[in-house]
Design a protein around this ligand. Structure first.
Ligand SMILES: NC(=O)c1ccc[n+]([C@@H]2O[C@H](COP(=O)([O-])OP(=O)(O)OC[C@H]3O[C@@H](n4cnc5c(N)ncnc54)[C@H](OP(=O)(O)O)[C@@H]3O)[C@@H](O)[C@H]2O)c1
Length: 430
């Protein structure tokens, strides 16, 4: 039975994502109404620059007073696609106070202050949905929060930033250096004029915090996520990776410790075997690999950004929230009951690929091997290439803690025969 009174939607922001949300709401209005059981009406659109032409949006809906819009009292759902921390945070909490549920795409805000927003939603018995905040169009939040609610997730391993994947894929396929690949990404519109948030891993770290929190039913804040960017990855690293049958990806890795008593969340470049499904994620695509007790291995793949793909995720949330609204219910809120401690990077256990510049003379290999043994880091393979009194030594370790590896590297640097540590890369996905 279709209700005739429409559900009213306030759109905060009408940029790359918001303009697509408005377009799909208009062009798919009949289907959306049929799926929800009531028509949805765009009741207002808040922007910063009102004079800008917004195709398909009646001028009388545009306002610069977002606060007044969320305070109207007749708004059912506020869609926040402004981005950033403020005024988005205050607008969302004000929306809850005035009776609306909220759909947001704001990873930065959810990673930094998700707990406050969830508490506000719960206090006012409203929905807070944010599928678009992680990996654009890819259904991930809802599968983790709902479809896997009966399982135990142990690991989430993801390529969650399209810009960095584009750059690394270029380096891999063409042999280009970092700067050359970044320049191409910028020219093609895959990288922003200031790419810091992407290449230094801040964007992926925000997504890792959100994913870890949902996967492990534990509050994980942005500050809990270890982060390393990918600007230091070189063509030589890719050549080494190839020799090992690997490629290099910037990964967001959320893990439950082997004893189940703690979790970690981290973002850094890593080698992964070419046989791993994430190795075949090319260009600006995103993918997230989930390992759980009962389901085993699952992979979610698709476009992680862009106006239309991201709007698809926003619209999915809008439909869900509208359905809840009509049935007088709310969807699942924050689940942080497990309260597992978040361990530091030193406790992460993984394998390492270390490239050393050493003197090419007898006894060096034994000296280096002793340092690894003294720090409890077991060596899997060693490869040595010598030329004109200098040599490069590539060591691949078995699994060891990050703290042990850091101690090993410090000790190696103090050896006279070690001229330098050319690169250290974690090896994942085995
Ligand atoms: N773009 C993507 O591919 C993508 C993917 C996933 C998630 N997201 C997330 O989606 C959100 C929006 O991203 P976007 O790319 O659409 O950003 P955008 O293109 O910069 O659009 C931002 C919009 O917010 C409006 N705005 C800014 N400050 C405002 C204020 N104080 N009051 C009212 N309106 C204000 C802007 O108005 P004007 O139009 O007047 O400037 C603009 O319409 C962000 O949280 C982002 O992280 C984006």
């Amino acid at each position: 039975m279709m209700r005739t009174r429409p559900l009213k939607v306030a759109l905060l922001g009408c940029g790359v994502v918001g303009s697509e949300v408005a377009r799909i709401m208009t062009t798919h209005a009949d289907d959306l109404a049929a799926r929800i059981g009531a028509p949805v009406e765009l009741a207002g659109v808040a922007v910063r620059r009102p004079s800008r032409v917004r195709e398909g949006i009646p001028a009388d809906l545009i306002t610069t007073d977002a606060t007044a819009l969320v305070k109207r009292g007749d708004i059912d759902v506020v869609v926040e696609v402004i981005g950033g921390i403020e005024p988005a945070r205050t607008l969302i909490t004000t929306a809850f106070e005035h009776g609306a549920s909220v759909v947001s795409a704001n990873k930065a805000l959810l990673a930094q202050d998700g707990a406050t927003l969830h508490a506000a939603a719960e206090e006012h018995d409203k929905d807070l949905y944010y599928e678009a905040a992680v990996a654009g169009a890819i259904p991930l939040i809802r599968p983790l929060r709902e479809s896997l609610a009966g399982d135990k997730v142990n690991r989430v391993l993801g390529i969650v930033n399209g810009t960095t994947n584009f750059i690394l894929d270029k380096m891999d396929s063409t042999g280009a250096g970092y700067q050359e690949a970044l320049d191409e990404a910028t020219a093609l519109g895959y990288a922003e004029a200031d790419p810091t948030a992407d290449v230094e891993g801040f964007d992926a770290a925000a997504k890792a915090a959100i994913l870890a929190g949902i996967a492990f039913h534990t509050r994980v804040r942005l500050d809990d996520v270890y982060r390393e960017g990918m600007t230091e990855v070189t063509a030589a690293d890719f050549a080494s990776a190839k020799e090992m049958g690997c490629t290099i990806k910037l990964l967001a890795i959320c893990e439950r410790a082997a004893d189940g008593g703690s979790v970690t969340a981290r973002v850094h470049p890593a080698m992964i075997p070419l046989t791993h499904p994430l190795a075949s994620v090319r260009g600006a695509y995103n993918a997230v690999f989930v390992e759980s007790d009962a389901a085993g291995e699952l992979m979610f793949y698709g476009p992680g950004a862009g106006g239309s793909p991201t709007a698809s995720a926003v619209l999915g949330d809008l439909v869900a929230v509208c359905r809840n609204r009509l049935s007088g219910s709310t969807g699942p809120g924050e689940s942080a009951y497990a309260q597992l401690p978040v361990s530091s990077m030193g406790e992460v256990v993984t394998r390492y690929h270390i490239s050393l510049d050493v003197a090419d003379k007898p006894g060096v290999l034994a000296q280096v091997a002793t340092v690894f043994a003294e720090h409890d880091v077991s060596i899997d393979t060693v490869r040595q290439q010598g030329k004109d009194g200098e040599a490069s030594l590539v060591v691949v370790t078995h699994r060891a803690s990050d703290a042990s590896l850091a101690g090993t590297v410090e000790a190696l640097r103090s050896l006279d025969t070690v001229r330098g540590v050319a690169s250290i890369m974690r090896v994942e996905g085995e």
